[in-house]
Design a protein around this ligand. Structure first.
Ligand code: NOJ
Length: 556
């Protein structure tokens, strides 16, 4: 397997609106990010992925872009961005931009023109269709609920939007659109950025024939994402993007690929397929979902997670490359989700989860605050919620269909809503966690008084110090990056244990996912007996049993 920097990288994801506010308007901004570059260097990460910074009406917090070559005013200016790029590069940190080209904002000049007339030269930049039998062209439902089609009176046609009404889908069949996108990407590369995280890139190629699909959403539609995922021309489009842009620079590229299977991932991110470096897959994130999608109290069954990760680890080994993540701006906080955020176990379980993920093959991603063991938010009222997806789900499941009581829905929102990840970063124990001197755009988690960066940076037992060590170990041990993986005790419902091997070297990784004290399964005990030293653990002293949320990595 060939070795390269993006495989050895550790990525840190920033959600700019919630990271650090420098001017007291309650919204994070680029100067705020610049002020925290030393913190990030101290943590040891080597790549920053920053969620969209571009000009945007912010209907979906920046994933609705109205100008790809301008910075959103509330985040700062292009000069600020250039200073950020320079400041990061000075510290040996690369900058990866979010690339959102499945759709634009409805305020983008292309769409404003497109909707104005059927004769506009921009008409075919988007996907317009006539009504069918007086209704939407198909029964496709958008990812944020409701129909994926929006009627537009001006020209008496519908346009496709897989996400919010204000996020019309671009028409990738149109070569002029592709050229516009590639030109824009080249412009950013010339500015010196180091790569792209590609938003819902698996959804850009639509079917040849537009027809109804099976009804499979809460509100009676056919989920459009199931219809467009891995469309028939997506690999052709990405190969073209690679030829026109990516191959000209030494870039970090990761595609967000909902609906991706291992077979598809080998095409998107195969060692020699000429598309992307790696993909984000979602299978593990769906394991605690059910027929209500994510809006359920279903608990994770650990053997499902092990089976899923094992499939990705083994099938991509030597053929493609994994991205490793628990958290991002669309997912709840992992310590609350699959760990234990009680006072007793939060720190232990956050470290255990970090170890489990960072000891796998692939490139790990840390989402802001994960390195502090930040938790979900205790939502109790819809006025505390900002996210469009969550508000729509509340409308459908509580108000319209009455499937859930308020109480049940808020229990679920506190477990699953995307806003759990979007509450402001907790820097210190001063007002608003030191995030802003003004009123934060989304409430700060009240636990900032004791969960914050300042209290952890110099504490050798903190989650921060532990993540720092995980990152350092990865930098100094190729086996952590490149070693092969093999699962132990597959059916155990409480322990996740696996081996990594590279040449003569071997590691044993053991993680207790429960608050119980457990005996080691026989195959794990057998390996442990042969082990030599402890590389990292979240308990100070070794033990023969596995204590609550204990994790240990052994060398041989
Ligand atoms: C995926 C992004 O991660 C999410 O935040 C956004 O809402 C959708 N794509 C639409 O752009």
């Amino acid at each position: 397997m060939y070795e390269t920097w993006w495989k050895e990288a550790v990525v840190y994801q920033i959600y700019p609106k919630s990271f650090m506010d420098s001017n007291g308007d309650g919204i994070g901004d680029i100067p705020g990010i610049i002020s925290k570059l030393d913190y990030l260097k101290e943590l040891g990460i080597t790549v920053l992925w920053i969620c969209p910074l571009y000009r945007s009406p912010q209907k979906d917090n920046g994933y609705d872009i109205s100008d790809y070559q301008a910075i959103h005013e509330a985040f700062g200016s292009m000069e600020d961005f250039e200073a950020l790029l320079a400041g990061a590069h000075e510290r040996g940190i690369k900058i990866v931009m979010d690339l959102v080209v499945n759709h634009t904002s409805d305020q983008h000049k292309w769409f404003v023109e497109s909707r104005s007339s059927k004769e506009s030269k921009y008409r075919d930049y988007y996907i317009w269709r006539d009504a069918k039998d007086g209704k939407e062209p198909t029964n496709w439902g958008g990812c944020f609920g409701g129909s994926a089609w929006q009627y537009d009176e001006t020209t008496d046609q519908y346009y496709l939007h897989q996400f919010a009404v204000e996020q019309p889908d671009l028409n990738w069949e149109n070569p002029v659109v592709r050229k516009e996108v590639f030109d824009m990407m080249n412009w950013w590369c010339e500015k010196g950025i180091d790569g792209f995280r590609m938003d819902v890139i698996s959804l850009i190629s639509k079917p040849e024939v537009y027809e109804d699909g099976p009804i499979n959403t809460n509100d009676g539609y056919s989920a459009v994402g199931c219809i467009t995922a891995n469309g028939h021309r997506v690999h052709e489009f990405l190969k073209e993007m690679n030829r026109e842009v990516l191959s000209k620079y030494d870039l970090f590229t990761v595609g967000e690929c909902s609906g991706v299977t291992v077979e598809e991932a080998k095409k998107y991110a195969g060692a020699d397929t000429g598309e992307l470096n790696m993909v984000f897959q979602f299978e593990h994130m769906d394991l605690d979902g059910d027929e209500h999608g994510k809006w359920t109290k279903k608990q994770l069954y650990l053997p499902d997670l092990k089976e899923n990760f094992t499939k990705w680890q083994n099938e991509l080994d030597g053929q493609a490359w994994n991205s490793l993540y628990w958290d991002n701006h669309d997912q709840p906080r992992i310590v609350s989700r699959w760990g234990n955020d009680s006072e007793e176990y939060r720190v232990l379980s956050a470290k255990m989860l970090g170890t489990c993920l960072h000891m796998m093959q692939g490139t790990p991603y840390i989402y802001q605050g994960e390195e502090l063991g930040m938790t979900n938010f205790p939502f109790r009222n819809i006025s505390q919620v900002d996210d469009i997806e969550c508000k729509n789900a509340y409308q459908t499941l509580v108000l319209d269909k009455k499937e859930y009581s308020e109480e049940t829905m808020f229990e679920i929102i506190s477990k699953k809503s995307r806003d759990n990840a979007r509450t402001p970063m907790q820097w210190n124990d001063s007002k608003n966690g030191g995030f802003t001197t003004g009123t934060p755009w989304l409430s700060v988690n009240p636990n900032y008084t004791y969960i914050n960066a300042e209290s952890q940076i110099h504490d050798p037992d903190s989650v921060f110090s532990y993540y720092k060590k995980l990152i350092e170990l990865r930098k100094n041990n190729k086996i952590i990056v490149y070693g092969s993986y093999s699962l132990l005790c597959p059916d155990d419902e409480k322990i996740y244990a696996f081996l990594r091997t590279l040449g003569e070297e071997k590691l044993l990784v053991i993680c207790n996912f429960t608050s119980e004290t457990l005996a080691l399964p026989s195959d794990v005990a057998e390996q442990k007996d042969m082990a030599k030293d402890i590389m990292i653990s979240n308990y100070a002293e070794p033990s023969d049993t596995l204590r609550p949320y204990e994790t240990v990595v052994y060398t041989f």
